[in-house]
Design a protein around this ligand. Structure first.
Ligand SMILES: *Cc1c(COP(=O)(O)O)cnc(C)c1O
Length: 413
């Protein structure tokens, strides 16, 4: 069963004029499909889900239940992983700013810390000397040029003296083991992907006698999109299989002659690629006006709910008409759908064409990545998230809408 106006109205009556619709089934399907695409070529592939992209605990649990890992970049996210019962050896702690006590706890519990800079290594050296009986597992974030026109600020420049020094330093300490190498670049274009496994595998040849336990090539993969979104890009959007072809094939060829137990885990760290199309946002149409010939609607949602990175793309959108208001239904051409904030540029969609009336719900698709996690508490607290199951037409509350207290608890009055 596909959602209709009546169902949206029912959800809205409980949870407010705007709310997110999660599709956790879709997320799980994406997870399995992406994993299969890679495993069909290189069977020792694992998904470490990027928590920061959308850390809804239910999603993190789905990953854990399917044998996936947690890719965290803060102690806050590390705590989510612990809270939902992820085993420490399945937690990869990345990012440029790490909490020393979280680093210590994770390392002592057998998790992996991917070192981003020298200052982290100093922290880890102290932990190592404090606990000489524990073997600590670290990886190194590698930085090289992937021809995307960006000079990344993360990790160690693999062509520098620094890199060699860091490897030597780690090898000199008995109870720190360099168990893997890691890289991540934000660019999603397929052309920028060829070099990632290539450079990583070169580093393995150069610096490791035996292959390490893991090689992580990071995230930065496109997810699935509706045609209306795809056509706003001036290049083809790669599929899961396209990425697997480029990445997993190089791993397969490189480790072909090695017995399976020695082949390293290939880790990918998708966020957007799994969750982008697994969430929608429903916003009620509050009013429609005409300003000097320009039609504009005000919605009970904002661009900051669906696209806080303001990437200028129009999301796929569907209107669900208010059945009680059918006589007011009008055809609009090139109407802009504005948000509830007082920012002039707050438009969820520019140039919409279709029928609309006040009280309708506009449902925006492909809003799963960098939305709930990045929405500022500007003008309104954040909205509810409900998991909507299309097969059973049932809903499950995932996050309650925020209240005044949620936003102001930390302020002194
Ligand atoms: C953000 C991030 C990811 C996921 O990126 P997407 O944009 O969701 O593809 C993966 N790994 C690291 C280290 C990250 O910082």
């Amino acid at each position: 069963m596909i959602i209709d106006f009546e169902r949206l109205k029912e959800i809205s009556d409980i949870h407010g004029d705007s709310f997110y619709l999660l599709d956790s089934k879709k997320f799980e399907q994406n997870y399995k499909e992406l994993q299969k695409a890679f495993r069909d070529i290189y069977s020792n592939t694992y998904i470490a889900y990027s928590y920061k992209t959308n850390y809804i605990p239910k999603l993190c649990k789905i990953v854990n239940e399917n044998g996936g890992f947690a890719e965290v970049v803060s102690d806050m996210e590390y705590q989510i992983a612990l809270k939902i019962g992820v085993e420490s050896q399945n937690i990869y702690y990345n990012g440029p700013y790490k909490n020393p006590s979280a680093v210590e706890k994770l390392l002592l519990d057998g998790g992996i810390v991917n070192v981003d800079s020298h200052y982290e290594l100093e922290i880890i050296k102290i932990i190592a000397s404090k606990y000489p009986e524990n073997l600590l597992s670290v990886g190194l974030r590698c930085n090289f040029d992937i021809n995307d026109g960006v000079k990344s600020r993360f990790g160690f420049d693999v062509e520098s003296e620094d890199f060699v020094d860091v490897i030597n330093l780690i090898n000199d300490i008995n109870n720190i083991e360099l168990t893997g190498l890691h890289c991540h670049f934000a660019s999603r274009y397929i052309e920028t992907w060829t070099g990632r496994p290539e450079r990583m595998l070169n580093l393995i040849s150069k610096y490791f006698n035996e292959p390490p336990k893991f090689i992580s090539v990071g995230g930065g993969l496109f997810g699935k999109m509706a045609p209306s979104l795809k056509e706003q890009f001036d290049f083809d959007i790669p599929s899961y299989e396209d990425y697997a072809e480029v990445v997993a094939t190089q791993f397969r060829d490189f480790f072909e002659d090695m017995e399976f137990s020695k082949q390293p885990k290939l880790i990918i760290e998708p966020g957007s690629a799994l969750v982008g199309d697994a969430m929608k946002f429903a916003a009620k149409v509050i009013n429609i006006k005409d300003i000097r010939g320009k039609k504009m609607a005000t919605l009970a949602g904002s661009i900051y709910n669906i696209n806080p990175t303001l990437n200028k793309k129009n999301p796929p959108v569907k209107a669900y008409h208010n059945v009680e208001n059918e006589d007011k239904l009008r055809m609009y051409e090139d109407i802009d759908l504005g948000g509830y904030t007082c920012i002039e540029s707050d438009y969820l969609y520019r140039g919409y064409t279709g029928e609309m009336s006040v009280g309708d719900y506009m449902v925006f698709e492909n809003v799963g990545s960098y939305s709930v996690v990045l929405k500022p508490p500007f003008i309104l607290p954040n909205f509810a998230v409900v998991d909507y199951n299309e097969e059973t037409n049932s809903i499950e509350i995932i996050k309650h809408r925020e209240t005044f207290d949620d936003v102001f608890r930390t302020y002194e009055f």
